[in-house]
Design a protein around this ligand. Structure first.
Ligand SMILES: Cc1cc2nc3c(=O)[nH]c(=O)nc-3n(C[C@H](O)[C@H](O)[C@H](O)COP(=O)(O)OP(=O)(O)OC[C@H]3O[C@@H](n4cnc5c(N)ncnc54)[C@H](O)[C@@H]3O)c2cc1C
Length: 412
């Protein structure tokens, strides 16, 4: 008989893990303190980024670093007080971003991203979620010809190496395709493979319903109550204590706290991010990434969702939406935006690792405990692929790809 499994965390990653386990015949309980898909997996830019074959490196160009230090742009912001606590993981992140090491890590990243589309498709089909998904790619838009030329050269190399499809659009073509975009944009690079989702949290919700339809339970509960019980694990939920032979930690940005309590001092950190929706006379047809300003404008059910870059801060520090204010002003240069839909911006946190690869596999020092976390900038993209991979590992099946680069044991 297949072991029963507790999955902690009902974001994209935990929900997909639970669904894949249920599809393989495990009795699954998915536990979260909220409804599924209400945290990071709700507030992201909603892009299933098949083109993201290179993980987001620490900037190593001095001009870029100076821009960050001086607080220019909307892509990076930091809390000075948080930096001492981040020094260890950030130093490792910096070393792993050196060109040769980054190229090596990118191979492992690209191998996983290559499974992103069809694994989402499997679950979209099961969940009947087609109406949320647009399969027409998304666009990088540019303010200067120099930035566009550099990005096009890089895109051509990546496209050739990884079999990705793209199209280059001059200003006139872009404005024909996206009539809302202003004259400030000089052109665009259209990545044709990615998909976009107009309500990311709702997609996770539908995947969770698909899990329930296959017998899985979805319960409100507190993951910090996880404790060994007999030959397995137990956790407190609103319906009482639940026990299972196996447990999976998929708590996204909250994973580090639980892991520390279990004695795992992994180099995990977070990059916070903000979004806000705006009413718009014309919604963009596809999501637009303003490469030079570091923000995304996406057509969502609630209006245009403007998302910001990374903020280095403590997970529990009060929101400081300076990037959101900058992003709004910058976005208005490219797209006519009306009034904000929400009173205050949403804030979330990307769960990052020092080597830019997610942590997927068996906990090295605890029997029956598994990790699926650290998906950083692409957890919405990677949830189904890494959920399937972990379900295969738990069930002792042949995995869809070599799991070694993502093994928790690499961090001890
Ligand atoms: C601004 C922004 C834009 C982004 N854009 C994209 C994008 O376009 N494409 C992409 O692929 N990725 C994107 N990402 C990254 C992506 O959103 C994340 O990598 C992904 O959502 C992480 O999923 P997760 O399931 O690991 O974490 P989460 O979605 O945060 O899920 C973790 C869950 O754990 C639960 N939890 C925490 N503590 C407890 C507890 N004690 N007890 C019970 N439950 C608990 C939480 O309630 C939550 O539901 C973006 C992120 C941000 C911030």
């Amino acid at each position: 008989m297949k072991p029963d499994v507790l999955v902690l965390g009902a974001g994209m990653v935990g929900t997909c893990t639970a669904l894949h386990l249920a599809l393989r015949g495990h009795a699954v309980t998915l536990v979260d303190r909220r409804e599924p898909g209400r945290e990071t997996s709700y507030g992201n830019a909603g892009i299933i980024q098949r083109e993201a074959v290179v993980p987001y490196a620490f900037p190593r160009h001095w001009g870029k670093l100076l821009g960050v230090a001086l607080g220019r742009g909307a892509d990076v912001h930091y809390h000075l007080g948080a930096l001492p606590g981040l020094a260890g993981p950030l130093a490792r992140y910096w070393r792993n971003s050196a060109p040769a090491r980054h190229a090596q890590l990118s191979q492992a990243y690209a191998a996983l991203i290559a499974h992103s589309l069809y694994t989402h498709d499997e679950l979209i089909e099961l969940a009947g979620a087609h109406r949320l998904v647009r399969r027409e790619g998304y666009r990088w838009i540019f303010r200067t010809p120099a930035a566009m030329d550099a990005a096009v050269v890089e895109a051509q190399q990546l496209a050739a190496r990884h079999g990705l499809r793209h199209a280059v659009m001059d200003r006139a073509t872009l404005r024909r395709e996206e009539p809302g975009v202003t004259e400030r944009a000089v052109g665009a690079l259209h990545w044709l493979d990615p998909w976009t989702v107009n309500d990311p949290g709702a997609l996770v919700g539908l995947y969770a319903q698909a899990l329930q339809a296959r017998g899985g339970r979805v319960l409100i509960g507190d993951a910090t109550s996880l404790a060994p019980a007999g030959r397995g694990w137990r956790v407190h939920t609103a319906e009482g204590e639940v026990q299972a032979a196996q447990a999976v930690v998929a708590l996204g940005p909250w994973s580090a706290g639980l892991l520390q309590g279990l004695g795992y001092r992994y180099p995990l950190f977070i990059k916070r991010g903000y979004h806000r929706h705006y009413a718009a006379p014309v919604l963009p047809r596809l999501s637009l990434y303003d490469v030079e300003a570091g923000l995304v404008m996406g057509p969502m059910q609630r209006g245009v969702r403007v998302t910001t870059g990374a903020e280095f801060a403590r997970l529990d520090a009060a929101p400081t939406p300076v990037q959101m204010h900058k992003a709004e002003a910058l976005a208005r240069e490219l797209l006519p935006l009306g009034t904000p839909v929400e009173e205050t911006p949403w804030m979330g946190a990307r769960p990052c690792t020092a080597d830019m690869l997610p942590v997927i596999g068996a906990a090295p020092r605890h029997r029956g405990l598994w990790f699926n976390l650290g998906h950083a900038h692409q957890g919405f993209t990677l949830g189904p692929a890494s959920g399937r991979l972990l379900a295969e590992l738990i069930g002792g099946e042949a995995p869809l790809l070599d799991p070694a680069p993502y093994a928790p044991a690499r961090f001890g």
